[in-house]
Ligand binder design. Structure first.
Ligand SMILES: C[S@@+](CC[C@H](N)C(=O)[O-])C[C@H]1O[C@@H](n2cnc3c(N)ncnc32)[C@H](O)[C@@H]1O
Length: 161
């Protein structure tokens, strides 16, 4: 469904029903995509990894120790994305994630958080000052859903090491 959906997006209406149109001339299961899946599958088989598919709120971060590294790439609060719709990511989600990162920091666990400072987010603006902020150069010019929003991206990586 993802491969053949318009711009490879997954969207749902208020009733939770899938409502992305067919991506005629926009999306397909093509040989390049096939190769990517095969490479990904191969890599995942080669390394020792476990995937968890769950809300981060339910994940036990406190199994981590000071030789571990936690990388987070959450939704950007107040941005437009499928996973932000219908209260998918609110200030509550944001605040809890930042609190978890603070707690990991106190335990000596290194973390990196990707985010974007162009959206209205006083919580993150304040919180980031405790850590090191790398401003990344780059844009989403090839990313269709960002085309409506022409304002400058302030993509950052916030780290505690
Ligand atoms: C900015 S995207 C990053 C996606 C992915 N890491 C990547 O590199 O393409 C944010 C991701 O967070 C996921 N997400 C939203 N709410 C979440 C939650 N409560 N717990 C875990 N993941 C969540 C979304 O589904 C989305 O895939």
């Amino acid at each position: 469904m993802l491969c053949y959906a318009f711009n490879n997006q997954i969207r749902f209406n208020k009733n939770g029903e899938y409502n992305t149109p067919f991506g005629k001339n926009r999306s397909s299961f093509n040989p390049t995509l096939r190769e990517k899946f095969i490479d990904f599958h191969q890599r995942v088989n080669d390394i020792d990894c476990i995937f968890f598919n769950m809300p981060y709120e339910k994940f036990d971060f406190f199994e981590f120790h000071n030789n571990d590294f936690v990388y987070c790439y959450p939704p950007y609060l107040n941005s437009i994305a499928t996973y932000n719709e219908q209260s998918g990511w609110t200030e509550k989600h944001e605040a809890l994630l930042l609190k978890i990162l603070d707690e990991l920091n106190e335990k000596g666990v290194r973390f990196a958080l990707s985010n974007n400072l162009k959206y209205e987010n006083p919580l993150l603006d304040e919180w980031k000052n405790k850590y090191k902020v790398y401003y990344l150069n780059g844009d989403y010019s090839n990313c269709n859903y960002h085309k409506i929003d022409k304002s400058k991206d302030v993509e950052v990586l916030i780290v505690n090491y």
